[in-house]
Design a protein around this ligand. Structure first.
Ligand code: NAP
Length: 283
């Protein structure tokens, strides 16, 4: 079967260009740039890499970006003090707490201290609740990016059978809710799901967010399915998705590559959420 690529890199670049233009125009109007603060605790190399990517993206988008790098021995109370200062800072419109936090810290509790108006990751209970209710709020960047990518290519969602693999609060669960809110029929699978391929084989749209290289094989995918791979794992320095792309592509009508699929969309959605937070404050 001929497959087409869900080209996250292209869609992300187009989105980021639009955001950069709008940010410039709004800065000229209001005299303040959209600002994103990233709080990084400890020196996890992967987190450092993500933070650098976010800073670079901010710069390109004409945003102000502030990195607060804290020692891994910083106490939870001190991290919360930093967040509370950022909540009050008029130059900061979005706050991102880079996860994971060092052992011993309660991520949910620390995250709950970010003002919901600046919670551009969409992890705060207020924003998660709004998504649950189908109301407006910040949507976590990766699932938002998945939905944007599907919509960009005019793929119909209503009435489709969607299977999401993974039920984390940052990818799987919100992805399921978003597609349910788009009138898909959604099944969410996880590590305790029995006979997972019985579900995946019925999916019109299959979204994998697990982090296991090549978990999804060709015989698990229906002919003509739309396959979205959010998973990323590194093995011997090489990046793998959850989907065995080279074989699965022959069953798919649309498929995301890894890299170049969901990853770039996540960054674009982070900028978009920050711009949204800025506009709410200044407009
Ligand atoms: P996570 O919190 O570790 O969640 C993984 C989920 O996968 C869990 O719900 C787990 O089930 C499920 N799972 C584990 N093994 C499974 C199996 N064999 N079969 C079915 N389900 C299984 O991870 P996450 O934060 O959601 O991230 C998921 C993946 O997306 C990772 O590879 C991560 O690197 C990637 N990611 C990518 C981006 C991006 O921008 N591209 C952003 C965020 C995350 P249980 O709940 O039962 O444990």
């Amino acid at each position: 079967m001929d497959y087409r690529l869900l080209d996250g890199k292209k869609v992300s670049n187009e989105t980021k260009e639009k955001i950069a233009k709008e940010a410039k125009r709004l800065t000229d109007d209001y005299g303040v740039r959209p600002g994103l603060a990233v709080v990084l605790v400890g020196n996890d190399p992967a987190s450092q890499l993500y933070v650098n990517m976010k800073e670079k993206a901010c710069k390109k988008a004409n945003f102000y970006s502030k990195l607060i790098q804290l020692d891994e021995r910083t106490s939870q109370d001190d991290v919360i003090d930093v967040i509370e200062d950022l909540n009050k800072n008029d130059n900061i419109h979005g706050i991102l707490l880079q996860l994971p936090l060092p052992n011993g810290m309660n991520e949910k509790f620390v995250n709950s201290k970010i003002s919901p108006e600046k919670d551009v990751d969409g992890f705060h209970a207020i924003n998660a609740g709004n998504l649950f209710l189908g109301d407006k709020g910040f949507i976590p960047c990766t699932p938002k990016g998945i939905l944007r990518l599907i919509k960009y290519y005019d793929i119909e969602i209503e009435g489709k059978d969607v299977v999401v693999i993974g039920r984390s609060n940052i990818v799987g669960k919100p992805a399921g809710l978003l597609l349910l809110n788009e009138n898909a029929t959604v099944t969410i699978c996880h590590s305790k799901t029995r006979n997972i391929s019985e579900y995946t084989k019925k999916a019109d749209i299959l979204i994998s967010a697990v982090g296991r290289p090549h978990l999804i094989k060709k015989d698990m995918v229906k002919l003509g399915a739309i396959v979205v791979d959010a998973g990323t794992s590194k093995v011997d320095g090489k990046l793998y998705g959850d989907v065995d792309f080279e074989n699965v592509k022959n069953n798919a009508s649309w498929i995301t590559p890894v890299p170049g699929g969901v990853g770039p969309m996540t960054i674009a959605m982070l900028l978009e959420n920050t711009l949204e937070a800025y506009k709410k404050k200044w407009k």
